[in-house]
Write a protein that binds this ligand. Structure first.
Ligand SMILES: C[S@@+](CC[C@H](N)C(=O)[O-])C[C@H]1O[C@@H](n2cnc3c(N)ncnc32)[C@H](O)[C@@H]1O
Length: 225
């Protein structure tokens, strides 16, 4: 059976600690970590991608996000997808492989560099979601891999306002992020989405569509009201 990787955590940098369990107690030991040598531009994205390669090799399905977006769009009939905060293009490239017309946007040129090298035929846009104005509409906007936790405190409402403007009629905004750190709550997210004119249509615990019952991760689906 293939395990599914449906709760994607923030994936930047390495760990400076070791965690284990001993007689029922969880322990964390800090260890000295030599600073990483500076990475050349494309290497940062490559390091990010290697994490997913390892998961794939371990039999984990790393395409939960693409699976959900595809399911939602098959019902809607739309084909245009904006991968907002696309990073190295993990989700966009998989959706393009399935026949969707994708655009990836990211603020980090090094991540986009990796995306471009992997799929030069796709459209990659270097832009800040907080000022995004592509002047076109999409059937789905996906904020995968905790993007809402990366945009910076206080910018969430501005980002949602801009991505909401990219949605066509009946389009869906699909966003998954972790809740355990308490940095940005679902209630804040729903308020910010409502301010952008969006209404909640579904909420899942994982990208596989398990029901949300108040756990540490949520995938929310909003649509223009
Ligand atoms: C953890 S990565 C997720 C990448 C990708 N969505 C995935 O799931 O593999 C978060 C991404 O959000 C991007 N990001 C953060 N703030 C952004 C902003 N204001 N505008 C555009 N991209 C942003 C980062 O550069 C980074 O590539």
């Amino acid at each position: 059976m293939t395990a599914s990787f449906s709760r994607l955590g923030a994936a930047r940098g390495g760990s400076g600690s070791t965690t284990g369990r001993d007689a029922g107690r969880t322990w964390i030991v800090a260890r000295h970590v030599e600073p990483d040598p500076p990475l050349r531009p494309h290497e940062r994205g490559d390091v990010y991608d290697q994490r997913f390669e390892r998961l794939k090799e371990a039999g984990v399905d790393v395409h939960g996000e693409a699976n959900l977006v595809e399911r939602l769009l098959r019902g809607h009939g739309g084909t245009r997808v904006l991968d907002a905060g696309c990073g190295t293009g993990r989700v966009a490239i998989e959706l393009a492989r399935r026949g969707f017309n994708v655009t990836g946007v990211d603020i980090d040129p090094t991540m986009l560099d990796s995306a471009r090298r992997k799929a030069p035929e796709l459209r990659w846009v270097l832009a800040d979601l907080a000022t995004l104005a592509l002047g076109e509409q999409f059937d789905a906007v996906v904020l995968a891999g905790n993007v809402m936790l990366f945009v910076g405190p206080g910018n969430e409402r501005i980002v949602l306002g801009h991505v909401a403007r990219q949605l066509g009629p009946g389009g869906v905004l699909v966003s998954g992020f972790g809740l355990d750190a308490g940095r940005y709550t679902l209630s804040d997210y729903d308020d910010d989405a409502a301010a952008a004119g969006l209404i909640l249509v579904n909420r899942y615990a994982t990208w596989d569509g398990e029901p949300f019952e108040g756990g540490p991760y949520a995938v929310s689906v909003h649509t223009p009201g």
